[in-house]
Design a protein around this ligand. Sequence first.
Ligand code: T1G
Ligand code: NAD
Length: 697
Amino acid sequence: MAIVEAERRGDVAIIRMNNPPVNALGHGLRAGLDKALAEANGDAAVKAIVLIGTGKFFSAGADITEFRAEMREPYLPQLIDRIEASGKPVVAAINGTALGGGLELALGCHYRVADKDVRQLGLPEIKLGIIPGAGGTQRLPRAIGVEAALQLITSGAFIDAKRAAGIGLIDQLADGDVLGAAVAFARGQICKPPRRLGEKSIDAATIPAGLFDKARAGIARHPSGPIAPKAAIDAVEASTTLPIAEGTARERQLFREAAASPYARALQYAFFAERQASNLPGIGADIKQRAIERVGILGAGTMGTGITLAFLNGGFPVTIVDTTEEALDKGVGRIKDTLSANAKRGRITEAQAADRIAKLTPSLDVDDLGKADLIIEAVFENMALKKEVFAKLDQIAKPGAIIATNTSTLDVDQIAAVTKRPQDVVGLHFFSPANIMRLLEIVRAKKTGNDVMATSMAIAKRIGKVGVQAGVCDGFVGNRMLAAYGGEVQAMLFEGAMPQDIDGALEAWGMAMGPLAVSDLAGLDVGYRIRKERKLTGEAAQFARIADKIVEMGRLGQKTGAGYYRYDANRKRQVDPEVEALIRAEAEALQIKQRPIPAEEIVERSLLRLANEGAKIIEEGIALRASDIDTMYLNGYGFPAWRGGPMWQADQMGLKKVAERIRGYAAKYGERWRIAPLIERLAADGGTFAALNAKKT
Ligand code: T1G
Ligand code: NAD
């Protein structure tokens, strides 16, 4: 099948893009379109042109895999300018997803007809650390107004066809047969001068005063980092002051600046890393997945309720079980409140909220989980209890059901061993709040079946999660690295950095929230219970003294109004001299001479502890790839996507320098900084985690 197909319906030429999987506008497709367009324009029998995609995609935009290569003509902006300049009406028949350069292509067309069920329209370039670079920042404001365009471009959000029609982006909605509708629409435009967005001027009176200043003031902690958001605002502002030719030239310049930044490379790395995570060696499309229609949740606490919401939002009927009426009612109440709050905020419709509540079955009887295809256990973090409930689930679960545990630290092999069906057991480790956090750590136990792994990966996608495989060890991948990072943070407290210094340095560097503020949010009792369960000794016990003392003072974090910080009525954190005094006293007790620790050192020690532990985890085979670890930290631990992840950061620093720095810290601090042999080896060979990754694809 040709990458571009041309056909005719009477005097209307139809040009179809056919570049699976997503009609990415790589060189081949651009050249094919350019040729077909020229032929249609050159053919006197052709009076109008319709451009359409294939399957679920109109086009997902420029080919991101080409970004590092030398771009070849026709460039996308050239192609779009030629479409717009066409003397014959050109209609975009938007049969499916139209994003980035794909939507810019449609904006170059004179009219847009879309299938009413299209759900993904937008200019999400900012999520890749760039801006629309083929006229989108100039044509979209002309199509839908400056304010709406600015919002769409700086958020990178997707909108559906109905909304797009409502704001003037789409001229007509089609109910099925979008091609037929577009051909009819095009025929209606023959002999009329084409409507070119580029020729439209923007009425300054429609621009709210201070729009751009307000937008600039709001991008300090934009998830795409410091460059692209500002470039996007500058480019849209240019559309209000410059004619299209100058405006697109300004856009091009801003695009290049953003594309050259390390943050764009990090975000594009993150894009592909997320997609690579679902490729599990030895588990191809030939592995038959299990059918999952009904889900059962055991434990209606913090996690059980969040996980239930994630599945209800994913369209699954869910049975939720707890031991006491009180606990069950509390959990079900939280689920219903969240759904109605989401309806009030317009995130879902009232009808959707009612439908999801109707799909929820609360029960006090674990036997009611016997109908479920997937059961997820989220009871207290205690091995004896986990074994007890898994022995029970082994009896009542139907043959072929997947039985999963949401444990955050315990040995899944041991849990599976109490059942007669260890091949059906897997760890599905959600992150709190489970209906929000995108990461799902899929813990593969020794006997977990390949079909269970394949099914778990697919389930993750169905509920909007990013599934990443982890092996069994203490804390799996994410929490094991968090323990190393957290341990270094505690050590720096003893050495003289105060909570606000550590959180301040890491937040200024880009972390969504500093580690001590995160602990206060999650609840300090969770960590305290895990430390007591582990019976820490030596340096680990020593460095847990501050955290333990704070909990023993009844300070459990935000939920008690005090933890490492004190919290006001609006949950705003405040430095607490009582904690500062406690830290100084503990340091004195251990005769540790305190000193001010520079922000750079705080950031470097935190990142290198993460990367060093990550390297050990890769070496042990607990994580498949360095990019999996980065995907986990971006989607489960508030690591800024524009920084790529801890393993990406180590590569940017250069593993030779990383090794030197770690050896330096090991000489100063001892065993906890023992360097990972993998880093030693890669540093010696001039290797990188990224290259190692490529070998594991
Ligand atoms: N280029 C290259 N490959 C792409 C691609 C793209 N734009 N989009 C998707 N893929 C690959 C992806 O890697 C995966 O490959 C397969 O397609 C299926 O994707 C000038 C410069 C469209 C919502 O930001 O958001 O235009 O892993 O698994 O969940 O202004 O992909 O199978 O080998 O994600 O159904 C702007 C990016 C580009 C959209 C579909 N466009 N894509 O999600 O499938 S910049 C975007 C997505 C631009 C111009 C600028 C999603 C999707 P593989 P998938 P999905
Ligand atoms: P929680 O204390 O909020 O809820 C546990 C619930 O389990 C309670 O409602 C309790 O009544 C119920 N329960 C206890 N024994 C039961 C039994 N035999 N049958 C049915 N229900 C029973 O705890 P949580 O924070 O939701 O943690 C649950 C699990 O999830 C733990 O393994 C924890 O490590 C893990 N986890 C927690 C977090 C987090 O941030 N809280 C994150 C990831 C994983």
